[in-house]
Design a protein around this ligand. Structure first.
Ligand code: MN
Ligand code: MN
Length: 308
């Protein structure tokens, strides 16, 4: 039997990681590569569940680790510390990603498609075009979901012309009011009540490493920052535990208001001054409000990273 190629996004998967993996599997199969399969590295969040339920799709299988020599395609990430256990010894055949490149190395040549678009699915949309492959209605909704999730319904500063164009075309194929659908999808993801504090801070947490300094930037979307802040003490306790357990120098939790496009930040750890310097603001009660800030990739991480 031919070896199976596993396709997956990052740990703590978001809608882009899951939907783009499913789309990449479909695209590769249409191009004649039958032995590939989308899998996931963590729990499906509520926003993504909304998409899968809408399309009546099963969750991709959860994997914990890969064996030496396993062939893989990385979607929506490249940093090994955000990838599967065992990735160092896997064979990375291909990467499709829209993030910075860091903590990444392979011993063999590979396909690497990096574009600074708002979403991995926008890159995949382009791959359909280049390969002259028709996009099905299901694929269109998967890609549109990923795009609207990553660029917060076009409100994120990460939005590019390519994302807008892709969405316009995908909306036609999908045959639904994509903004209305997208808002429902995002709202489904903001129901945070039944999560423990520990779950909340790890739902969408990115582990980062700068020359051995380990830090985490986590993000939760909400329609009411105040609501989330009623749990500040509980959240801080969970964050302190995480700092202790993982030897982190900094933990930043961004609570992002998806309707008004602002974020409140909670920061703890030895290097909180990196946050203060990044935004030229003093933390009060471990918190600060960042007007117009919604993007971890473009607004939060690069600024903090400079001061770590
Ligand atoms: Mn992602
Ligand atoms: Mn993404």
């Amino acid at each position: 039997m031919e070896k199976e190629i596993l396709i997956f996004g990052h740990k703590n998967p978001d809608t882009d990681s899951i939907c783009s993996s499913l789309v990449k599997e479909r695209l590769n199969k249409k191009l004649g590569e039958e032995n590939c399969r989308a899998v996931r590295l963590g729990k499906i969040n509520k926003e993504t569940k909304y998409v899968l339920d809408y399309l009546k799709l099963e969750e991709p299988e959860l994997i914990e680790s890969v064996n030496e020599g396993q062939e893989v395609i990385l979607i929506d990430h490249n940093e090994f510390n955000q990838s599967v256990e065992g990735i160092e010894k896997a064979k990375v055949l291909e990467v499709i990603d829209h993030h910075r490149i860091a903590n990444f190395e392979t011993s063999e040549p590979l396909y690497y498609t990096a574009k600074p678009y708002g979403c991995t699915s926008t890159i995949l949309f382009g791959e359909y075009k280049i390969n002259n492959v028709e996009i099905s209605k299901e694929e269109a909704i998967l890609m549109a979901s990923a795009i609207m999730s990553d660029i917060l319904l076009l409100k994120s500063p990460t939005t590019t012309e390519y994302d807008k164009k892709a969405l316009e075309e995908l909306e036609k194929i999908a045959g639904i009011d994509i903004k209305e659908y997208g808002l429902e999808m995002l709202k489904a993801g903001t129901d945070l009540n039944d999560f423990t504090a520990k779950e909340l801070i790890s739902l969408d947490a990115k582990s980062l490493d700068k020359n051995g300094t380990k830090f985490v930037i986590a993000q939760v979307n909400t329609v009411s920052i105040e609501d989330v802040l009623t749990r500040q003490e509980e959240l801080e306790n969970a964050i302190k535990e995480e700092i202790e357990d993982k030897g982190l120098e900094l933990f930043v939790l961004a609570i992002t208001d998806i309707l008004n496009s602002n974020s409140e930040i909670i920061a703890l750890g030895n290097k909180v001054e990196a946050v203060e310097k990044a935004f030229d603001k003093k933390l009060e009660n471990n918190r600060t409000f960042l007007e117009g800030v919604v993007s971890r990739k473009k607004q939060i991480l690069p600024n903090i990273d400079k001061h770590i």
